[in-house]
Design a binder for this molecule. Sequence first.
Ligand code: COA
Length: 159
Amino acid sequence: MSVTAIYPGTFDPITNGHSDLISRAANLFDKVVVAVAANPKKTPLFDLQERVDLARSVLAGLNNVEVCGFDTLLAEFAKSQGAKVILRGLRAVSDFEYEFQLAGMNRRLAPDVETLFLTPAEKYTFISSSLVKEVAALGGEIDDFVDPKVKAALSNRLR
Ligand code: COA
């Protein structure tokens, strides 16, 4: 049986923490779909297509990983992709409450899809897309947090 996992997020932009989690997932599942949510309520710095393109170029080396944008309910998108698993990352206890709610709602909407959690490598536990954007905007070094292609896109956008 082939198992597809879907890894949803805003990815504004994709960070090394996301990539670390995706590489781990690619070793566990037959296929991983990185699902980039339109998420207009977060007023993203990069539009949906830019976020998808950045994630695609960063993840190009992973053969069983696909990147798609979506602007529907995650539960519906997961079903349409034939995914049996929704993957989320847990970096700290503070992530747990929101993730627990999200998992509960998604189970209600798609009872056959299980939410599974992975933890990123310890060195990435403090990274978030918002913090990376803030550090970059204020001229700080972000080389350890994002791929060089993401760094270039950020300096272009923030110039
Ligand atoms: N390493 C580093 N950072 C990580 C990380 C990891 N492994 N995992 C998450 N993060 C960071 C992200 O960069 C992000 O940081 P930011 O808030 O500063 O931008 C933060 O943790 C959490 O964001 P993300 O993982 O992108 O999730 P989200 O909360 O923005 O998105 C969705 C949540 C997309 C899953 C949710 O909004 C969704 O499902 N939307 C679709 C519509 C829907 O179905 N809604 C009902 C849901 S029940």
